[in-house]
Design a binder for this molecule. Structure first.
Ligand SMILES: C[S@@+](CC[C@H](N)C(=O)[O-])C[C@H]1O[C@@H](n2cnc3c(N)ncnc32)[C@H](O)[C@@H]1O
Length: 285
């Protein structure tokens, strides 16, 4: 069944103050999109949102759902830039919900709610989901050949929650190839099981298959180097705060997150992992 609530809390409930020390100021925990060599992480995160809002057809008249809304960065962006009619987010993490409540963003409504059982009172014209799909299929389920069916169920649920003509901006981390190097394989296994228990990154071909018969793939971009650069910048900020993190959150948290981010940088560099952004249109026939 992918990550359950307890496993999601392992990934996101270390402490909001801890994540605030090394993510961008809006607290996106997903790749940015860089448009120049000297662009800041903050500006690159706004680029990512501009692209995904375009993919999802977001404007002032939209009813927007963010599936896996994290600390609320995307719904905050939508509220600020588009002031859409309805802006809803679902997350499984209670700590993330606390942060969204703390921000008190006008016009948004977020819920601690499993997307798989969420029953909206009104359907959505725009769906955004940024690196949530990697929580849905566990390594054991992938080995049993269940990945495509699990991802198809996600696309079906998104279809059921949307209105005819709806658009969907999807971002997903990808697993491209298995490390051949023993150290890289060990590190990847450790991150998968200790930092993101219950989840596994999908393959691009699994997503392309699983969208059918619900969504048309209109555009796909892979952005492997953007995620390498994002994780590199996260690690730089983590290291710049080493003393504070060790004293406030403990040595093990610092050591684990340095190890995890180092594994990410390496995995994007060596093509083990990548990132995809998909422009999806609802199939209404
Ligand atoms: C990597 S974070 C991404 C957060 C956010 N989209 C961002 O860009 O920063 C994944 C998010 O998916 C949420 N999530 C995982 N499984 C979920 C589920 N079954 N239902 C709702 N949210 C879920 C987690 O709680 C978390 O907020």
């Amino acid at each position: 069944m992918g990550s359950d609530q307890k496993q999601v809390e392992v990934s996101y409930d270390v402490s909001n103050e801890f994540f605030r020390l090394w993510l961008d100021e809006a607290m996106f925990y997903t790749s940015a999109v860089y448009e120049s060599a000297d662009q800041s992480l903050e500006a690159a995160q706004r680029n990512k949102m501009r692209i995904l809002c375009d993919f999802a057809g977001v404007d002032a008249t939209s009813r927007v759902l963010d599936i896996g809304c994290g600390w609320g960065a995307a719904i905050e962006y939508v509220a600020r830039e588009h002031a859409s009619k309805a802006i809803h987010g679902v997350t499984l993490s209670r700590a993330q919900m606390d942060e969204i409540n703390r921000r008190a963003i006008p016009g948004v409504e977020a819920m601690v709610q499993d997307f798989r059982t969420y029953q909206p009172t009104e359907k959505y014209s725009s769906i955004i989901s940024i690196c949530m799909i990697d929580h849905l299929c566990s390594p054991a389920e992938a080995r049993q050949g269940k990945a495509i069916d699990i991802y198809r169920e996600y696309f079906k649920r998104a279809w059921e929650m949307s209105t005819p003509g709806a658009k969907f901006g999807l971002q997903a981390i990808l697993r491209n190839r298995v490390p051949r190097d023993k150290h890289d394989l060990t590190e990847t296994y450790w991150v998968t099981h200790e930092i993101f228990p219950g989840g596994l990154n999908p393959r691009l071909e699994e997503l392309i298959t699983a969208v059918n018969p619900y969504w048309e793939v209109v555009e796909v971009h892979t952005r492997r180097d953007d995620y390498r650069r994002t994780t590199h910048e996260w690690r730089r900020r983590l290291r710049a705060n080493e003393a504070k993190i060790r004293s406030e959150f403990g040595d093990q948290v610092y050591v684990d997150y340095d190890r995890y981010l180092s594994c990410c940088v390496n995995n994007f560099e060596k093509h083990y992992s990548s990132l995809a952004q998909l422009r999806l249109h609802r199939i209404d026939q």
